[in-house]
Design a protein around this ligand. Structure first.
Ligand code: PAZ
Length: 331
């Protein structure tokens, strides 16, 4: 049963909403915050990657993945984080590579990564993949060898063929600066570029000039936080940074009544191509693909697929690649 009504309702505000302070615009954000120290290095890598793939006419997709942190202090000891572990982005990247796309995998440092995710974040501990050989030297445990061999081949092929580039962020600010740079570079590929914005990006932050410079001291008593709304970056992305590209945003909710209305609201506000809507607790087994003026399209793993560990990203990417191709031809 879809958790959502298909009526075109506007999202309601909640009693938890902020006090209605003015939201700053994206350009003010960039002029009042310091770019991350790795920005230039990432920019050079992205630019080389896009140029190499553009020469061979290979479509390129930016996949954003994992959650952003929101620091509470400029010299950060404490920060606010969210639930996202980056599985969606990593699994989608594997499928996109198989579909022939080149992928810029822009992910939260230490979150799940394509192919590696099966070992770094699995139920086994990493060193359990190995055993001691006859002379005590390390060998891969035979139980895992075939799977490791397959994943290793796919991963190294993607890296060596310039089909996969990994760049990282940690904080909300890192993410926003990097997103702008990558978007402006990728925009050159026009319709051959896709944006797959699966990262869980904070909606609230503390502007750098309002943050404590040093570690907040407990002797000052209870801590009250006032957070500002993050400017809506999808708008400049769609309108200015990459106006000719295929843009896929994600919408996550926990209240089923809000999911489709908010996804449709995003489409009409930003004018991009598609929103993938998902609920927190069922995100691994079902999603809705929502395009403007069309019925939403429900994708769901059946119980057998789910039990056999099939990723729903298989269905998502099949459907998206088809839609991206149709959109290129139509335009
Ligand atoms: O990273 P993950 O696999 O744990 O979760 C994926 C997701 C739920 C973060 C993604 O599908 C999504 O909905 N991202 C957008 C979240 C938002 O509404 O900001």
């Amino acid at each position: 049963m879809p958790p959502i009504s298909e009526q075109n309702r506007q999202p309601s505000t909640t009693s938890l909403s902020s006090k209605g302070d003015k939201v700053i615009d994206p350009s003010t954000y960039f002029s009042t915050h310091v770019p991350p120290s790795n920005l230039n290095a990432s920019k050079i890598l992205v630019s080389e990657f896009v140029s190499k793939n553009s020469k061979i006419n290979r479509p390129v997709v930016l996949v954003t993945s994992g959650g952003t942190t929101v620091p509470l202090e400029n010299n950060t000891v404490r920060f606010i984080d969210n639930f996202s572990n980056g599985n969606r982005g990593a699994a989608s990247t594997e499928r996109l590579l198989e579909e022939g796309y080149a992928v810029i995998f822009m992910h939260r440092e230490h979150s799940l990564q394509p192919y590696n995710r099966h070992y770094t974040h699995s139920a086994e501990r990493f060193l359990d993949y190995f055993v001691a050989g006859e002379n005590g030297e390390v060998q891969i445990n035979l139980k895992y060898k075939e799977k490791i061999q397959t994943d290793f081949e796919k991963y190294s092929k993607a890296i060596n063929n310039n089909q996969l580039l990994m760049v990282t962020f940690v904080t909300l600010s890192d993410y926003l600066f990097l997103l702008r740079e990558v978007s402006l570079t990728l925009a050159a590929m026009k319709r051959n570029a896709m944006f797959y914005l699966a990262a869980a990006v904070s909606d609230f932050f503390i502007p750098s000039h309002n943050m404590s410079e040093h570690k907040i001291q407990s002797r000052e008593g209870n801590l009250t936080l006032e957070m500002n709304q993050v400017p809506k970056f999808l708008k400049p992305l769609v309108m200015n940074w990459a106006p000719d590209s295929y843009i896929v945003s994600f919408k996550l909710e926990t209240d089923p009544e809000l999911l489709v209305p908010k996804a449709r609201h995003a489409l009409s506000n930003y004018g991009h191509q598609i929103v993938i809507a998902n609920m927190l607790h069922t995100r691994k087994t079902e999603v809705w693909l929502i395009e403007d003026k069309k019925e939403s399209h429900h994708l769901q793993l059946d119980s057998k697929e789910a039990a056999n560990g099939v990723d729903i990203e298989l269905l998502i990417i099949q459907e998206l690649v088809k839609r991206h191709k149709e959109w290129i031809n139509k335009n």
